[in-house]
Write a protein of this length. Structure first.
Length: 432
């Protein structure tokens, strides 16, 4: 069954591959060669945004054991062809995972009682049994309860709060925001809302590019509305400061074209040098479930979905407010499962309210909204409001836009110095 799972991950249809990769973890492989093979698959998924290679190429991976190569070269089974068969295969592997966990626990427990020189702490044994039983649950594992007072185990409940370990934070890349908040939570859902032509896509692309360049984060940008060509044209304009119109129409002069090509080469080299990547995934349509399955094995720090309203609802719910609220709720759950910050632009009315669904604010950790009217177009200044936040008191801050060059940056007002802009970020942020 483990051999069949590895073959399915490498040789089945793309849909089955992502399903299997979203379900499986190393604990599902008890046979050492197949365990090593799965770790090699996981390493390749984390190391590259590309699809997995063909089996013949995979067999050359240096992490494979000789036994695994021998087995996979002449397999005794075939990969699954149906999602239903993939689910049954997973259920079998999950059963054996539970058997191994339970067997190891019973063996260790027995050895404790057989060792006469050891005093058995019954309460500790009971806690271990409880933890083991919880680990046997598949998929929707229940969380342990923690008690203060009678049956006190509250130290375990609060140990993270009082530890010296800093929280995992992800910079927004705007000092006017980060100097107060220190950045977003690593598993936050951030909603960016403005009206049509308000620069939502430019804002989200800027955040992702700067997170990659300045903080060495792994970022994936998912443009549901734009093609690869349109997205890359905006990206080139952003990193090179050559006007977007000139990039799009190829009316740049030789110096500007050279500048753009040099910026692109430096952009690529940055990722190689600092072990990070910026991915553009121009998928035409996708559901939240498909997004989760595809991205879970790839360990991105930041996922940008441009934009929320264009996600596909497999239930075809005709009520727009309910559909968008469900998207926000599901994406919030996905942030925990794939361990990533998710940023998703959406539409806003001119009165500052999120269009169609106020429920979006209920599920988001942070909501930024801004108006881009005649005054803002004249001053190139965006005033960012925070109608919904968790973790700090809402405050307004200002940014400067240069939409012609796909650029958004800090507004250097009288209350900010140059030191504020280059301020050191929390040391737990990747790349510091």
């Amino acid at each position: 069954m483990e051999e069949k799972a590895i073959l399915s991950v490498l040789m089945s249809s793309p849909q089955i591959k992502v399903e299997m990769l979203s379900w499986l973890n190393p604990e599902h492989f008890g046979y050492r060669p197949m365990h090593a093979a799965f770790l090699a698959v996981k390493e390749m998924m984390e190391g590259s945004a590309l699809d997995l290679p063909q089996l013949e190429t995979f067999l050359g991976h240096p992490g494979l054991m000789d036994d695994a190569v021998t087995v996979l070269k002449k397999p005794s089974t075939r990969p699954v062809k149906k999602v239903s068969d993939a689910k049954r295969l997973f259920d079998i592997l999950e059963t054996y995972r539970k058997r191994r966990v339970l067997y190891a626990h019973v063996r260790d427990l027995t050895s404790q009682f057989e060792d006469e020189s050891d005093t058995v702490d019954i309460d500790e044994v009971a806690n271990d049994i409880e933890t083991t039983l919880l680990s046997l649950r598949s998929e929707s594992q229940e969380e342990k309860m923690y008690h203060a007072g009678k049956g006190d185990d509250s130290d375990e409940m609060v140990k993270e709060v009082f530890s010296d370990e800093k929280p995992r934070l992800v910079p927004s890349t705007f000092a006017n925001f980060d100097r107060i908040t220190q950045g977003f939570g690593a598993n936050d859902l951030v909603i960016l809302a403005s009206h049509m032509k308000g620069g939502k896509s430019i804002m989200s692309l800027n955040i992702g590019v700067e997170q990659y360049l300045r903080h060495n984060l792994d970022v994936i940008y998912v443009p549901l509305e734009m093609s690869k060509q349109e997205t890359v044209e905006r990206l080139i304009s952003k990193i090179s400061t050559v006007e977007h119109t000139k990039v799009r129409t190829k009316t740049w002069n030789p110096m500007e074209k050279k500048q753009a090509m040099g910026s692109w080469n430096a952009f690529k080299e940055h990722g190689v040098k600092n072990n990070c990547r910026f991915t553009v995934w121009p998928v035409a349509s996708i559901t939240v479930a498909q997004l989760r399955m595809r991205l879970k094995p790839m360990n991105y720090d930041v996922v940008i979905i441009d934009y929320l309203n264009l996600l596909i609802d497999p239930t075809n719910n005709p009520q727009e407010w309910l559909r968008l609220g469900n998207f926000a709720r599901d994406l919030k759950l996905v942030t925990k499962e794939i361990d990533s910050l998710i940023i998703a632009p959406t539409q806003m009315n001119m009165d500052g309210e999120i269009r169609y669904s106020k429920a979006i604010k209920e599920h988001a950790n942070t909501v930024w909204t801004w108006v881009y009217g005649e005054e803002e177009q004249g001053t190139h200044t965006l005033t960012i409001n925070q109608p919904a936040v968790r973790g700090w008191s809402p405050f307004k801050f200002q940014l400067k836009e240069d939409f012609a060059r796909m650029e958004v940056r800090d507004h250097l007002g009288s209350d900010l110095s140059d030191d504020d802009i280059d301020m050191p970020i929390n040391e737990t942020m990747k790349g510091i």
